[in-house]
Design a protein around this ligand. Structure first.
Ligand code: NDP
Length: 336
């Protein structure tokens, strides 16, 4: 099915991954790029060979040839831009976190459901072959009953991304908005359950100015599984990873929380250590392929709007726990 896209946000991720991911789908193209700056929009359009560009989202949304909108502006803009796209009856793939406030994210999901358009969250890690392989090992009972899961997302923020994430809380900066939401979605995807409460600590350890650049939290799951989530922007030599520990075995995965299909997975049981192979297809291409299938009604989005709301609810609970020093129940309300 041919889909013409509006890209809202002349962003790094759009240029590095999503333009190519859209064009990798048959008959899909990026028709517009919309930015807050005419110059940035024009430069992005020239670099990526996009025919139309500007600063007026309404003009792009009025284009009857447009079917879908990808939003990768800074986080505080997602809500208004998504609501405009939904009101124009366009399908929306929105970057995480969906918004800077849970109520705004819920608003977006409700509006999309009422309008009958697809609304997906770009929690791309669900589409990574590595995490799918880990989930399959868990589902097949290869590690027995899960006792604990640890997610390490402590990395060094690349130099070219050291802007609003480090100094602009109003734009949704901070490592919790950036990476805890990914960890939340990863844990929900792997375990198939949602945390009920969290305790947490956060700090600025060298990069954050007015926002946290590091956080650690421990989550209680309904099954009794204990989850540890670690995020940072300041760790130059730490590889990302996921560890799942069960009564019959452990899964040790290194470097898998990535934008690229990289990393290694080992399964350790009484029989020894086995290297687990996994699908190394381009991750964002898989996200967009799945989104297009959702538009045609043949599949659900890999990560729905409701998944995006839940990851934000969990990250919000982590931030509240760190701020107050008290355990926080995760409030799902109507999203549950
Ligand atoms: P960028 O900082 O690259 O871009 C965000 C916005 O900043 C752009 O939309 C642009 O605004 C503005 N901007 C870009 N370059 C400049 C510049 N040179 N001077 C001034 N302003 C500039 O952000 P990211 O690409 O890292 O992130 C964008 C969104 O995508 C965020 O919501 C983030 O959380 C998400 N993200 C998701 C990932 C995933 O794997 N799912 C990975 C990385 C990011 P304008 O549009 O007005 O031109």
């Amino acid at each position: 099915m041919a889909v013409n896209w509006v890209f809202v946000g002349a962003s790094t991720i759009a240029g590095q991954y999503l333009v190519g991911a859209v064009r990798a789908q048959q008959d899909n193209d990026v028709r517009w790029v919309i930015s807050g700056s005419a110059g940035r929009a024009a430069a992005f359009a020239a670099t990526h060979g996009i025919a139309r560009c500007g600063t007026d989202l309404a003009e792009a949304l009025a284009d009857p040839a447009v079917g879908a909108v990808y939003i990768s502006s800074t986080n505080e803009k997602h809500h208004g831009q998504a609501m405009a796209a939904i009101a124009a009856a366009k399908h929306v793939l929105c970057e995480k976190p969906l918004a800077t406030a849970v109520a705004d994210a819920q608003d977006m999901v409700r509006a999309a459901e009422t309008a009958g358009v697809v609304f997906a969250t770009n929690h791309h890690l669900r589409s990574a072959g590595s995490l799918r392989a880990i989930r399959d090992l868990i589902a097949a009972g290869r590690v027995g009953k899960i006792l604990s899961l640890r997610v390490f997302h402590a990395v060094e923020l690349p130099v070219h991304l050291r802007g609003w994430r480090l100094d602009n809380p109003a734009a949704g900066g901070g490592v919790i908005a950036d990476l805890t939401v990914h960890n939340a979605d990863t844990v929900r995807f792997l375990l198939g359950e949602d945390p009920v409460s969290v305790v947490a600590h956060m700090d600025a350890t060298g990069m954050g100015r007015g926002v946290e650049d590091s956080a650690m939290s421990v989550w209680a799951m309904p099954s009794g599984t204990m989850v540890f989530s670690h995020e940072s922007f300041t760790h130059p030599f730490a590889a990302s990873g996921v560890e799942v520990h069960g009564t019959e075995g452990s899964i040790l995965a290194r470097n898998v929380l990535s934008q690229d299909p990289v990393g290694e997975i080992d399964l350790i049981t009484a029989q020894g250590t086995a290297r687990i192979e996994f699908d190394r297809c381009a991750i964002y291409q898989s996200v967009v392929r799945n989104f297009c299938a959702a538009v045609t009604g043949t599949q659900k989005p890999a990560a729905s709007g409701r998944d995006g709301v839940k990851s934000l609810q969990i990250a919000t609970a982590v931030r509240d726990a760190a701020r107050t020093g008290r355990r926080q129940a995760v409030m799902y309300g109507e999203t549950a």
